[in-house]
Design a protein around this ligand. Structure first.
Ligand SMILES: NC(=O)c1ccc[n+]([C@@H]2O[C@H](COP(=O)([O-])OP(=O)(O)OC[C@H]3O[C@@H](n4cnc5c(N)ncnc54)[C@H](O)[C@@H]3O)[C@@H](O)[C@H]2O)c1
Length: 258
């Protein structure tokens, strides 16, 4: 599917990789974007900067399905159709299974991480594909494309990442059955597992953790750049034969155990 003039839903589009994807979609493809994010201040100022005719912002907690449903319906009414969905919204949530005193006390944080990163991804994906199924098929029979953002931590989870890794492994696991279920509708679903990108999320981690990550870079010996993930998202949309796959984008970097 060619992206020019199409509408893409970008969750988490108010910051970091999602914001990079919004800017890239406008710059490289002249696409329209519905941004879903719970940071109302950052989302509104991004939409104001980029222009209401090209970017619509909706303040949404993706863990709340009713909010997602209302925002996706609003976006469809505004732009007329939704063609692709990039699921960037997520939280990093370091937690230990047992605290320093040996007590099991992290259950609530674990559940919230899964609600945002996994159930939230499902909410956005499912309401977007409900809108995509109304699109007329193109010559290949295609109606829409979903790109879910997982993480290298889905495969190489570090100590302290049990909630985050489990949620992102869920995002990987979600994508193939979704691709299979939605194939009769002409909707493709893929995932990307990023390595380390220098965004507010990574900047929120303790310096020691970030230093250990940087020490293990292979090639290129640097953090990934938002445009590198945005361009991969767009390639996935434009390459009709990519389906049901999870692509690691990490310069051969693998997370160490801690
Ligand atoms: N930065 C990295 O190195 C890296 C590596 C692997 C995976 N990822 C994944 O990429 C995605 C984007 O990460 P980032 O680094 O740009 O982080 P970020 O913190 O800069 O951006 C995340 C965005 O998601 C939004 N968000 C968080 N919870 C939300 C909720 N409940 N409802 C709606 N919006 C919510 C935030 O407000 C923010 O705008 C995340 O899913 C993250 O797990 C990032």
């Amino acid at each position: 599917m060619k992206l020019a003039g199409k509408t893409v839903v970008v969750s988490g589009g108010a910051s970091g990789l999602g914001e990079g994807a919004v800017r890239y979609l406008l710059r490289a493809h002249d696409a329209r974007v519905l941004v879903l994010d719970h940071n109302a201040q950052a989302g509104s100022s991004l939409a104001a900067e980029l222009g209401a005719e090209r970017v619509l912002f909706a303040a949404v907690d993706i863990a709340d399905e009713a909010q997602v449903a209302a925002a996706v319906a609003q976006g469809r009414a505004h732009f007329g159709a939704l063609h692709a969905c990039f699921n960037f919204a997520g939280i990093v949530s370091p937690l230990r299974i047992l605290d320093r005193e040996g007590r099991a006390s992290a259950g609530e944080r674990f559940r919230r991480t899964l609600m945002v990163n996994l159930a939230g991804t499902f909410h956005v994906m499912s309401h977007c594909v409900q809108a995509m199924r109304e699109n007329p098929p193109d010559a290949d029979g295609e109606r829409g494309v979903v790109v879910n953002i997982a993480s290298g931590a889905a495969f190489d989870g570090q100590v302290g990442q049990s909630a985050y890794s489990a949620s992102k492994a869920g995002v990987v696991g979600l994508s193939l059955p979704a691709a299979r279920e939605l194939a009769p509708l002409g909707i493709r679903v893929n995932a990307i597992a990023p390595g380390a990108f220098w965004t507010p999320m990574l900047q929120s981690l303790p310096a020691g953790v970030v230093d250990r990550i940087a020490a293990d870079f292979q090639f290129p010996k640097r953090f990934g750049q938002p445009d590198e993930i945005a361009s991969l998202c767009c390639t996935i949309v434009e390459n009709a034969y990519l389906n049901g796959e999870c692509i690691r984008l990490d310069g051969a970097f693998r997370l160490p155990p801690r």
